[in-house]
Design a protein around this ligand. Sequence first.
Ligand SMILES: O=C([O-])CC(=O)C(=O)O
Ligand SMILES: [Mg+2]
Length: 220
Amino acid sequence: MASTRNLNRFWEWGRKIICVGRNYADHAKELKNAVPAEPVLFLKPPSAYVTEGSSIMVPFYSHNLHHEVELGVVIGKGGTAIPQKAAMDHIAGYALCLDMTARDVQDECKTKGLPWTLAKAFNTSCPVSEFIPKEKIADPGNVKIWLKVNDQLRQEGNTSQMIFSIPFLISYISEIITLEEGDLILTGTPKGVSSVQEHDELQAGIEGIVSMKFRVDRPQ
Ligand SMILES: O=C([O-])CC(=O)C(=O)O
Ligand SMILES: [Mg+2]
């Protein structure tokens, strides 16, 4: 039976957020990481979601919070081991997303060989735009995404630069982690990641499709 829940507010569903790392060679290189032969995956909990009107909070244990602008894919039809040729049928739509990252904490985790949870999964680490129905993006493998901090352009990339395509990612991920309606896949960030401070204003967009604004705050 079709679900009666509204995917327009997919962030309220409490489903998985699966993130792909190092999916743009220029970003892998700027952080001195090898270009991966297989997708790098990590998770954020649904408590990481924040929508426009609320602030991104700097975690109290970090002094180097980075923005990463990414195209998000919202799953409309679940599945396990989805073949690449059927992958696009499982998409309900898209959202512009930020993979907020406590870079100092991530660097420490990398050095110690520890998981990235504290660096990537804290409250407000996943700001999202409004839901973009699938029909509004004819080719998700060719859209321009950008991000400005206080009106200065920091990131600009095209999803055509992804190492692993959206159909490949859906197929690869679903073989390991069953995808469910309402799940979100973050497809990785292009180069230009940088530090944000309390009171900064972040603006990001998918050219011609959507834009969004978030303020950065620090808990008192
Ligand atoms: O922390 C990182 O650089 C990995 C990542 O999320 C990305 O490439 O989007
Ligand atoms: Mg990322």
